[in-house]
Design a binder for this molecule. Structure first.
Ligand code: 5GP
Ligand code: MN
Length: 339
């Protein structure tokens, strides 16, 4: 069943969860603020309701989420020796909830290594990606919302839940980061109302703003300067890349490239931007951003990726220059079709 609205989905999700003992909440690889906020917001609420909850991220959480309360409760699959040695997830889990994830393959190694475990349990999906096809038994996908955290806020409201300051801060994190602090086109009146309510409920706006926007590591700034020195432009498209050599030469971490993505997305006079990031295995992650009218989710989908109309991504095979050529050809076509 696919719902596109929290009000309508709330009874079905509540019915699905009611008799479950142990819920496993999972989010996407390279989790962002919305992914982490969704795990905590929903996980802490279900715990409050008496369920046992395991929150799981495929790969480490970004630095800016480390001060969220209860963040230590989130387990990281790629870092847990227990999981790597035994490849075992808790046997007692009787429901899996996938949050902020448009495609179950985006849980990466968990998907590859735990296929039988995942298939043996009912799955619910709660997400805001337009490209989500609804792989769960119950799916709530509202692509009109700023963030999965906004959607979870609406669900909690529909359930008449007690939203603690801890839950409010977690959900506020997702709304703030997915709108780039209320700058992007998904900054709707509904997103602003949800944020206002969450601040009233004790959401710590100051902590989020400080950790997300005033905490950029020095190495990230150095990487930004290298990436900007190779910035290219062709008409209404601008792009650059981050290679492994660049990343190593300044000692930047894996999150650093996202600062480059957000920086170039804010340039004026453009219809679309692309950041190509060479991964350790030689594959190339592309992060696309666009002005309204250019649908980069459709471009990303041509390469097996997805996302939102104005912010999307995909992984292409290397080498870097070939990935750039292929992707830019598709992006030029999308921009030409829009103008
Ligand atoms: P970013 O470029 O910041 O990694 O991602 C932008 C948006 O596109 C996010 O909403 C993210 O979930 C989505 N996205 C990024 N990469 C992929 C991908 O490989 N597959 C899918 N389905 N979505 C992606
Ligand atoms: Mn999101």
């Amino acid at each position: 069943m696919l719902y596109t609205n929290a009000q309508q989905a709330a009874p079905a999700i509540a019915a699905c969860v009611a008799d479950k003992q142990h819920i496993l909440l999972i989010t996407h690889v390279n989790p962002d603020g919305d992914a982490v906020g969704s795990l905590l917001g929903l996980g802490l609420y279900w715990e409050q309701q008496g369920h046992q909850v395991t929150m799981l991220a495929p790969t480490p959480l970004p630095q800016y989420t480390h001060r969220l309360r209860s963040v230590e409760r989130i387990r990281v699959y790629s870092e847990s020796p227990v999981y790597q040695e035994t490849l075992a997830l808790p046997a007692s889990v009787d429901l899996i909830a996938l949050v902020d994830t448009g495609d179950i393959r985006r849980i990466a190694r968990i998907y590859d290594e735990q296929r039988a475990y995942l298939e043996a349990r009912p799955l619910i999906v709660i997400d805001h990606h337009a490209t989500n096809i609804g792989e769960g038994m119950v799916n709530l996908v509202d692509a009109s919302l700023s963030s999965t955290c906004e959607l979870i806020y609406q669900l909690l409201r529909a359930w008449d839940a007690r939203i603690t300051p801890e839950i409010a801060t977690a959900l506020l994190m997702g709304i703030i980061t997915d709108t780039q602090s209320f700058k992007t086109s998904n900054t709707t009146p509904s997103a602003l109302r949800a944020a206002a309510d969450l601040i009233e409920l004790g959401g710590d706006r100051e902590l989020i703003m400080k950790d997300v926007y005033a905490n950029i590591p020095f190495e990230t700034a150095k990487l930004l300067s290298l990436a900007l020195s190779e910035l290219r432009r062709d008409g209404a498209i601008a792009w650059t890349h981050v290679t492994q050599v660049m990343q190593r030469s300044v000692g930047a971490n894996d999150d650093a490239a996202s600062e480059v993505t957000e920086y170039i997305a804010n340039l004026g006079g453009l219809k679309a931007t692309a950041l190509f990031k060479e991964r350790r295995d030689g594959s190339v992650k592309v992060s696309l951003r666009s002005a309204p009218g250019v649908d980069v989710a459709a471009v990303a989908q041509q390469f097996g990726g997805g996302g939102h109309r104005q912010a999307a991504g995909a992984t292409l095979p290397g080498p870097l220059h070939e990935a750039e050529e292929r992707l830019l050809a598709a992006l030029r076509a999308a921009v030409a079709a829009a103008s």
